[in-house]
Design a binder for this molecule. Structure first.
Ligand code: ADP
Ligand code: MG
Length: 261
């Protein structure tokens, strides 16, 4: 708590600093038998990292994303955000760390249908504690940054799927988070729109934003520079097979299959 209040979230750390660190992180759902959805994960994510997360349905991807997004607490191990241990933070502080530090993008956009694009983005800024006077100009700037400045007053129903996802991305990054978590961001989009969204994620990543994308799409996963594979709650980091290299790249067996190499 004191580390966060002391400013570890806001700055003072260099650009390559640790954004997220999992240490022996687990999440078990109670029951008989209990479900060990996430098991003993060690992972460090730095500013500017770009990770894909693949794995079968039920392998634990959503559970892991919820833990990484500080939406759920681990049942064992540690989760550090910007160097600060979050596990024992009271809910209120955890929500503040999440609001300032992490943006979320979902497959189904999750926009409020009766609010304009700008209002959707501004509402997101409200949750991040941005004073209301600043919300509208920041929302419009975020929409301009995703090429939708001219659609700021449109309702989501009047926008294409790709445009809706751009609004959702504007909402996710308007408050300048350090980590962007995307759950199947192109799952509902046609190829052209998907390409545009992936281009946008690339662009955001080059500004230093750490990006983690859950996807079933090999082309989307290939945009990332680090590739995580999840199976039965366990994460393996795979290095894509490099046929040009003489030495054998350390590809996990299930990793090779899931990435189609
Ligand atoms: P994925 O996103 O890869 O499909 P999930 O994280 O949703 O995987 O689920 C991982 C495992 O945890 C599955 O066996 C699932 O049935 C179980 N699970 C998910 N949520 C709950 C819950 N709230 N209570 C009990 N078990 C759950
Ligand atoms: Mg899931």
């Amino acid at each position: 708590m004191s580390a966060i209040e002391g400013g570890a979230i806001g700055g003072g750390l260099d650009a390559r600093s640790s954004v997220l660190r999992l240490e022996g992180t687990e999440r078990t759902y109670p029951g008989s038998p209990p479900v060990r959805a996430v098991r003993g994960i060690d992972l460090a994510v730095s500013a500017g990292d770009y990770l894909s997360l693949m794995g079968r349905s039920g392998s634990g991807k959503s559970t892991l994303m919820n833990v990484m997004g500080l939406l759920d607490r681990p049942t064992a191990g540690r989760v550090l955000f910007a160097g600060a241990d979050t596990v024992r933070l009271p809910d209120r502080h955890l929500a503040a760390v999440r609001g300032h530090g992490i943006g979320f993008v979902f497959q189904s956009f999750n926009l409020l249908p009766h609010r304009t694009a700008a209002e959707n983005v501004a509402l997101g800024l409200g949750y991040q504690g941005v004073p209301w006077r600043m919300r509208e100009p920041m929302a419009v700037a975020a929409l301009e940054a995703v090429g939708l400045g001219h659609r700021a007053t449109a309702l989501p129903g009047k926008l294409s799927g790709g445009e809706r996802q751009r609004v959702a991305i504007a909402r996710a990054v308007a408050g300048k988070p350090r980590l962007l978590l995307c759950d199947e961001p192109t799952g509902n989009l046609d190829g052209v729109s998907a390409e545009m969204i992936l281009g946008l994620l690339d662009e955001l990543n080059t500004t230093g934003l750490a990006v983690i994308v859950v996807t079933h799409d090999h082309a989307a996963a290939a945009r990332a520079r680090r590739h995580l594979l999840m199976s039965d709650g366990v994460v393996t980091e795979a290095v894509l097979a490099d046929t040009q290299r003489g030495s054998q790249a350390p590809v996990a067996p299930q990793a090779a299959g899931a990435l189609g190499e």
